[in-house]
Design a binder for this molecule. Structure first.
Ligand SMILES: N[C@@H](CCC(=O)N[C@@H](CS)C(=O)NCC(=O)O)C(=O)O
Length: 205
């Protein structure tokens, strides 16, 4: 299979971590977002949304949406399990993953879209929106610090897709949005160091 992505962008990174966890061989195809290769007619044919990642299956079909791709990978390679083994776990891990997406990633996304990098690209930004979302991200870091006080993983007692979504979101926030968790948030930092130490978790690159 082929994975279309770009550098250390966070959504392709989720898929790369799951591919590595499951030991799946694949070919990486870099799509240069700065050259707008993801808006070319050939790319839009694979993904009309014009975004990475895209997974090309061995029989030439395409999947987009990082979590949908990861679910496909889990169905093909059930171990190690990252989405849940029974009905309750399936619900629990989905719940935590959705919380990371809707409560954290959405705020990080607002900070990114209204931040200096996007402004430099010539886009209109709303600095007040970034101020609000920055505060929301820092408040959420506080909450996570409490939730991670006596556990190694976000949920289910093992490495799951919810950890992948949290890690890729926090790293993007740190490196591209200036949203570094306060050093007093020891539990969040301990979790971050522990997860980053996994073989499947690449450095940001
Ligand atoms: N919901 C999608 C989001 C994909 C996405 O926004 N990808 C970013 C890179 S992390 C991208 O392609 N951005 C370029 C653009 O939106 O033009 C997913 O989970 O795969």
């Amino acid at each position: 299979m082929k994975l279309y992505g770009y550098g250390s962008t966070p959504n392709p990174r989720k898929v790369k971590i799951v591919l590595a966890e499951k030991g799946i061989d694949y070919e990486m195809v870099e799509v240069d977002l700065y050259k707008a290769e993801h808006k070319s007619p050939a790319f839009l044919e694979m993904n009309p949304s014009g975004k990475v990642p895209v997974l090309e299956t061995d029989d030439g079909r395409y999947l987009t949406e990082s979590i949908a791709i990861c679910r496909y990978l889990e169905a093909l390679h059930p171990e190690p399990n990252m989405f849940g083994r029974d009905a309750f776990e399936l619900g629990l891990i989905e719940m935590r993953n959705r919380q990371m997406e809707t409560e954290l990633w959405s705020q990080i996304g607002t900070s990114w879209k209204n931040g200096p990098v996007v402004a430099k690209m010539g886009n209109r930004v709303v600095p007040e929106a970034k101020e609000i979302s920055d505060a929301n991200v820092h408040a959420y870091y506080q909450r996570l610090d409490g939730e991670l006080s006596d556990v190694d993983y976000l949920t289910a007692g093992r490495f799951t897709i919810a950890d992948v979504t949290l890690l890729t979101g926090v790293d993007f926030a740190i490196h591209y949005c200036g949203l570094t968790p306060d050093e007093s948030l020891q539990n969040l930092w301990r979790w971050h160091g522990f997860i980053t130490g996994r073989d499947s978790v690449d450095s940001l690159g």
